[in-house]
Design a protein around this ligand. Structure first.
Ligand code: CP
Length: 309
C-alpha cells in the first residue's frame, strides 16, 4: 500500500485510507521500538534535513530520533547560526541543502503555507512539522494513534478540543483527522478564542462552558494558550482564563466518568491544565510523545517510496 500523496503537508490533503495506512504502519514501528535493538536499516540510503525555523522540543527530537531509528542520515538546521541572519531566503536555503544530495525535508516554520510553497518549488518530499497557525499533521496523527491505542478505535468517539482554537495548528489538524475518521468533535473555550465560522466550516459542535464539554466527551485534548501568536487582548488575564477554562482535578472528579486527558505540549501548568491532572494516570501526555517517534517513522518510511529497502 502507498500514500496518495508525495508530501505530508496537512491532514486536509489526506484520504481516510492514507490515515489508516499511517496508523497501521505506526503500530508496526511501535513494535520495533519495544525491541532491545530499536534500529532498522529501512532508510539506510536516505538523507533527511530537519529545518526548524521556529522553536521545538518534542517534534524536532522526535523526527531526529525517528530518522536515526530508521538508519537515515540526518542534518539538523536551526536559524540561529545560519545564513538566514544574512538574509538568505527559505528557497535558497533549501536548494543549497538539496544540492548536497539530500532526499527529504522536514520543515517547521512560523509562516502558514511555507511547506506548501516549498513543495511547489523543490523536487524533494516535504514533511510539515508545523506551519504557523495552519496545520501540525504529525501531531494530529500521533494524537489519533494514542486515542486508538487507548480506546480501541477513533470512529464514534467524542473528542473535545479545549482552549485557544483560533491560534492552534494542532486544533485544525485534529479536526480534519477526527472528522475524516468518523469521530465527533466539540471545540470548547472562550468565544474570543473560537472563530465564528468553526461550526459551519468544520461541522463541529461549539461549547463555551468547560464543564459541559467535559461531561460530553470521551477525550479532552487541552491546548496551550499561545500568547506569542496573540496580537490583541482576547481574554482579561491568565488567571481569569484559568478559572473559567483550566482543567483541574476538582472539575474532573465532579464528572460521573473518567475521560482521557491529552495535551500536545508544551504545557502552561496552572493555566490550561493543572499539574495534578497533567501528571495523573488519566493523562496520556507522555505516551503521546512516545508515540510521536513511531508515527514519524511511519511517515518517513511511507514517503520515502522506492528509496526504502
Ligand atoms: N507539540 C509540539 O509541537 O511541541 P514542540 O513545539 O515542542 O515540537
Amino acid at each position: 500500500m502507498q500514500l496518495s500523496t508525495k508530501h505530508l503537508l496537512g491532514i486536509r490533503d489526506l484520504q481516510p485510507s492514507d490515515i489508516q495506512l499511517i496508523l497501521d504502519t505506526t503500530s508496526q514501528f511501535k513494535e520495533v521500538l519495544q525491541r532491545p535493538i530499536k534500529k532498522v536499516p529501512t532508510l539506510r540510503d536516505v538523507t533527511i534535513v530537519n529545518l526548524f525555523y521556529e522553536s521545538s522540543t518534542r517534534t524536532r527530537i522526535s523526527f531526529e530520533l525517528a530518522e536515526k531509528r530508521l538508519s537515515a542520515d540526518t542534518i539538523n538546521f536551526t536559524t540561529s547560526g545560519s545564513s538566514v541572519s544574512k538574509g538568505e531566503t527559505l528557497l535558497d536555503t533549501v536548494n543549497n541543502i538539496l544540492s548536497m544530495k539530500v532526499d527529504m525535508v522536514v520543515l517547521r516554520h512560523s509562516a502558514s503555507g511555507a511547506p506548501h510553497f516549498l513543495a511547489k518549488h523543490v523536487p524533494a518530499a516535504i514533511v510539515n512539522a508545523g506551519d504557523g497557525i495552519n496545520e501540525h499533521p504529525t501531531q494530529a496523527l500521533l494524537d489519533a494513534f494514542s486515542i486508538r491505542e487507548h480506546l480501541g478505535e477513533i470512529k464514534g468517539k467524542k473528542v473535545a478540543i479545549i482552549g485557544d482554537i483560533m491560534h492552534s495548528r494542532v486544533a485544525l489538524s485534529n479536526i480534519y483527522l477526527l472528522k475524516k475518521m468518523g469521530a465527533e468533535v466539540t471545540v470548547a473555550g472562550p468565544p474570543t478564542l473560537i472563530p465564528k465560522y468553526m461550526k459551519e466550516a468544520f461541522d463541529v459542535r461549539v461549547e463555551y462552558n468547560l464543564k459541559k464539554a467535559l461531561e460530553w466527551c470521551d477525550v479532552a485534548n487541552v491546548l496551550r494558550i499561545q500568547l506569542e501568536r496573540q496580537n490583541q487582548v482576547l481574554f482579561s488575564s491568565l488567571r481569569e482564563y484559568s478559572l473559567a477554562y483550566g482543567v483541574t482535578k476538582k472539575i474532573l472528579d465532579s464528572l460521573d466518568k473518567r475521560i482521557m486527558i491529552m495535551h500536545p505540549g508544551p504545557i502552561n501548568r496552572g493555566v490550561e491544565l493543572d499539574s495534578d491532572v497533567a501528571d495523573s494516570k488519566q493523562s496520556v501526555i507522555l505516551q503521546q510523545v512516545e508515540n510521536g517517534v513511531a508515527v514519524r517513522m511511519a511517515i518517513l518510511y511511507l514517503l520515502s517510496g522506492g528509496k526504502a529497502e
